[in-house]
Write a protein that binds this ligand. Structure first.
Ligand code: TXA
Ligand code: MG
Length: 354
């Protein structure tokens, strides 16, 4: 199959119509959202949704998110509640996904047999125009091949899915760069299953009870069931061994300088550290305090780390609070919890603590 990449904005009526016809006829279309690119299918079409799993090589027990044009469109698909509408009023359209009990109209292929469904109302104007034109809810996971970092540009999607889908809508780079915050609700309590650009503090403005699921920061224990199936997968792991260094900038520099001449390694460093390191494989993440930029660049840098064949990648351990929690969560899983602590350097070895 030939994969066409078409530049779009919300006024590209012809191409949006074409994408809608494809979706309504059971085909897949990749499209931009404010978080990452999605691989969309008609959420009412079981066969089309099955083909998402095939195109991505995605395990069939990992459910999809259903995208809707307006928060109230969830009524057709799920059983909503007061807290859903409180969240919708504040964060929708936007980078938040809410898990709700599902209605029968949504086929089990979408929810991987679960009795809940994930609802998201994206604010990217191409995504929104596509939902409006196609007049259907769109089931869409991130548009990467399973196991690769989520795509934040049409090129990333093309690199992973060329030949497997008919159309990629190219709306430029994604605004946020990490996937949406996924939450589940119980009475007046919100539990964060996956951190994103809607932070725990932002959710605390809606209700005083906000919990972070343990799998966000820690490894699942043997035999433990994941609240969100996606959390049980190793997810993205670079081809090289990624180590996160839990230390000050000074000691980070000291540590990697000791190794960069002997090892075939890449270094994800802050912009301020570029002039202190002389490595041909520097992957600058942005300024130390610029979490938004670091978030936006994260998946592209991890893809770059795969493209240059190195054995090892060193990076800072991100902070695990506030806006940085989303980066922490993606990086800690990408490195399989290999964190180097400061005493490791004194031992001359690698004391992975996780
Ligand atoms: O930003 C995003 O959320 C992007 C864009 C395209 O919207 N989508 C995305 O989808 O990241 P995906 O499939 O890559 O991640 C969806 C996550 C998975 O971890 C999945 O297990 C979880 O949401 N999920 C989906 N439905 C669920 C459900 N009913 N219960 C628990 N977790 C669910
Ligand atoms: Mg994904």
């Amino acid at each position: 199959m030939e994969t066409r990449v078409a530049k779009v904005d919300k006024n590209s009526l012809n191409i949006l119509n074409e994408a809608s016809v494809l979706l309504n006829s059971g085909a897949l279309v990749a499209f931009p959202t404010e978080t990452v690119y999605g691989l969309g299918a008609n959420a009412f079409d079981a066969e089309a949704c099955r083909s998402i799993f095939l195109a991505k090589g995605r395990p069939s027990d990992n459910p999809l998110i259903v995208h809707v044009e307006k928060p109230q469109d969830a009524e057709k698909i799920a059983y909503t509640c007061e807290l859903y509408y409180k969240l919708a009023e504040r964060f929708m359209p936007g980078p938040l996904t809410v898990i709700l009990p599902k209605r029968d109209i949504i086929p089990p292929e979408v929810t991987a047999g679960l009795d809940t469904v994930a609802i998201r109302c994206p604010r990217n104007e191409v995504a929104n125009a596509l939902l409006k034109t196609s007049k259907i809810p769109i089931a869409a996971p991130s548009a990467n091949a399973s196991g690769r970092p989520s795509p934040t540009s049409a090129k990333h999607v093309f690199d992973d899915l060329n030949g497997k889908i008919p159309l990629i809508l190219d709306g430029g780079e994604c605004e946020f760069g990490v996937e949406s915050t996924v939450v589940t609700l119980k009475d007046d309590k919100i539990t964060i299953l996956r951190p994103g650009s809607v932070t725990p503090n932002m959710l605390l403005e809606i209700t005083g009870k906000v919990e972070i699921a343990s799998a966000v920061k820690e490894e699942l224990k043997a035999g433990e069931t994941a609240l969100s199936p996606g959390m049980k997968y190793k997810h993205y792991a670079p081809r090289a061994n990624l180590y996160l260094i839990d230390d000050s900038s000074v000691d980070f520099i000291k540590y990697v300088k000791l190794r960069q001449n002997e090892e075939n390694c890449a270094i994800m460093c802050y912009d301020e550290e570029i002039s202190l390191l002389h490595n041909k494989n520097l992957l600058p993440v942005g300024k130390k305090q610029d979490i938004k930029k670091q978030t936006k660049k994260l998946f592209d840098l991890l893809r770059q780390a795969d493209d240059i064949s190195v054995d090892t990648v060193y990076a800072h351990l991100p902070s695990d609070d506030g806006e940085s929690l989303a980066i922490y969560n993606r990086m800690i899983r990408a490195c399989a919890h290999r964190v180097i602590t400061s005493d490791a350097d004194q031992n001359g070895g690698r004391n992975g603590k996780g």
